[in-house]
Design a protein around this ligand. Structure first.
Ligand code: PBG
Length: 333
């Protein structure tokens, strides 16, 4: 990289018109970059607002199918399902997690029947089904690893059987990627992808999500014995390497904006398909400020999403997916 001196070099030349700015743009945001997370609830033709996530609603399965259609029309490649499980179905043994007819599995089947072209991603973790609100089984106050992995495998098998295209283990147990991959191979689901939540931090930015899936009340204590310490960076690389070796096809850094350094390091170190999750708290911050007139909502949405591309990400899980897609598509038209 060489840079001459003034006036041979004037950085303002390449900024002097829209055409020049477009020609010299190093990164672009595309609808192809988005995975849209959505919340599923029981019932028919109903929605529930999530106050801490303005503009996001829990949708019944029929409405989720409409959302998938909308996503496909906007050319968003993937949708990611998170269930709001009725509290009466939450138990210590989390059996609802691998019920072939649970909300997630019903939603997968319904989407695949009506909108087969969209990729359906799922969440693998026990928290929506766990009376304790944790991603793993709790025994005497300890989140047990190996027993949880066995349950995650059952959950994954049911989701793959229902037609999921991408499994998203978000639990942060050790050894789960290898176990899931072996089960998928065994069952003949050789093309079901695993997008591992490889570098997932114990973050307070997940607060609104826990409201959305109804886990806030259930969760006692925190997730620090399995999610990463926000102080760590090298460990993220070791986790990503481990998950790739065990059979992950794609890896994720989560949350997004406070961890862009990790996105860049992961992409540079492995060159694997790398995703960031712009989580509920990031969405809530931007929406909250915009609602107060403190920020221009559309502009910070786009700038925040572009930052992930600059940091090396191949894609972003974002609640902004449809709103951003509408703007990008209108620009092309
Ligand atoms: C739980 C899970 C969480 C999110 C995705 N899967 C929350 C948590 O770990 O407590 C967070 C997503 C968001 O905040 O948008 N397995």
């Amino acid at each position: 990289m060489t840079t001459g001196s003034f006036p041979n070099t004037r950085f303002r030349r390449t900024k002097s018109s829209d055409a020049l700015r477009r020609l010299t743009a190093e990164n672009t945001l595309s609808v192809d970059d988005f995975i849209w997370p959505v919340f599923v609830r029981d019932g028919e033709n109903e929605t529930t607002a999530i106050p801490s996530m303005p503009g996001v609603e829990r949708l019944t399965v029929d409405r989720i199918v409409r959302a998938a259609e909308e996503a496909a029309t906007l050319a968003i490649p993937a949708i990611c399902l998170f269930p709001y499980t009725d509290p009466s179905l939450k138990t210590a043994d989390c059996a609802e997690a691998w019920n072939p007819d649970n909300l997630t599995n019903r939603a997968i089947r319904a989407i695949k029947a009506e909108v087969p072209e969209i990729a359906v991603m799922t969440d693998i973790a026990l928290d929506p089904y766990n009376i304790d609100g944790h991603d793993g089984f709790v025994r005497d106050g300890i989140i047990v690893n190996d027993e949880t992995v066995e349950a995650l495998v059952k959950m994954a098998r049911a989701q793959a059987e229902a037609g999921a295209d991408i499994l998203g283990p978000s639990d942060m147990m050790d050894g789960r990627i290898g176990a899931l991959r072996a089960a998928l191979e065994d069952d003949g689901h050789v093309n079901v992808a695993i997008l591992s939540y490889a570098a997932k931090y114990a973050s307070a930015f997940y607060g609104p999500f826990r409201d959305a899936v109804g886990a806030s009340g259930a969760l006692k204590s925190d997730k620090k014995t399995y999610q990463m310490n926000p102080a760590n960076g090298d460990e993220a690389l070791r986790l990503v390497e481990r998950d790739l070796r065990e059979g992950a096809d794609m890896v994720m850094v989560k949350p997004g904006m406070p961890y862009l350094d990790i996105c860049r390091r992961v992409k540079d170190a492995f060159g694997a398909p790398t995703y960031a999750y712009q989580v509920s708290g990031e969405y809530a911050m931007l929406k909250g400020a915009a609602a107060n007139g403190w920020l221009d909502g559309d502009k910070v949405m786009e700038e925040s999403l572009l930052s992930f591309k600059r940091a090396g990400c191949d894609g972003i899980l974002t609640y902004f997916a449809p709103a951003m897609a509408r703007i990008l598509n209108a620009r092309k038209a």
